[in-house]
Every structure is written in C-alpha cells, then in structure tokens.
Design a protein. Structure first.
Length: 126
C-alpha cells in the first residue's frame, strides 16, 4: 500500500508520516511539498491513496486533484485542511471526485480510519 502525503507545511507532513508509520507500518509513504510536486510524484509512483492539503502554494490541492484525476480518473484522493469547514470541504471534495475530507485538527483520530474506509470503498467518516 502506497500513500502520498502533500502539504506545504513540513511539520504537518512529518506528523502525518509519523502517524501513518506508527499505525500502519507496512504502508509505503511519499511526501510532496505542494500540489505541483504531488502531481509529479503521482505520475511516477501511482500511489493507492493521495492525501492533499487544499491550501498550498504554488499549486493547491484542488488544482492538483484535478490534474491527478486527468492522469487517473479512479485515483483515490483524500483532502485535508485546517482552513475550511468540514461541510464546505466535503462539498469541494465530492465535486472534484475526491473520496473524503479530514479536518487537520481531527487527522490524528480520523486519517487512518478514513484511508481504510476509502481503500475498502466504504462511505467516509466526514
């Protein structure tokens, strides 16, 4: 299982990587600093799940999700954000074909279960 984490804050990427590595040590983890890098890594590695922060520079998660879906219309994308209300972000996620949204403050509790639900094609928690 390969997971790509894209966030423009190094500390967030490191925390998410540590969380995933601790809870699911068999998962292979990649990181991207922004949406543009996420698209490049997706193109090379085709991860099973791509976790995208919505707000990043120079390319945000919304634009990256669009480009990733052009590469693979079945890509499994999960948005994370600390800037959007869950209802608004979930709407954006569905509009772009993302599978789920996890609020950053809830990532410790919700990210691994959400990834597992998306992998099993179950309805996300948020």
């Amino acid at each position: 299982m390969q997971i790509l984490i894209a966030d423009d804050h190094k500390g967030v990427r490191e925390n998410l990587r540590a969380l995933l590595a601790e809870q699911q040590p068999s998962w292979e983890l990649s990181e991207a600093e922004n949406g543009k890098e996420a698209v490049e890594i997706f193109r090379k590695e085709a991860p099973d799940i791509t976790v995208l922060d919505i707000v990043m520079e120079p390319m945000g998660g919304v634009a990256a999700a669009y480009e990733i879906r052009q590469i693979d219309p079945n890509a499994k994308i999960i948005f994370i954000s600390g800037h959007y209300a869950p209802g608004d972000a979930a709407w954006i996620a569905r509009l772009l074909g993302a599978k789920a949204f996890v609020p950053k403050p809830e990532a410790v509790k919700l990210l691994v279960p959400t990834i597992n639900r998306v992998l099993n094609e179950q309805r996300p928690l948020v």
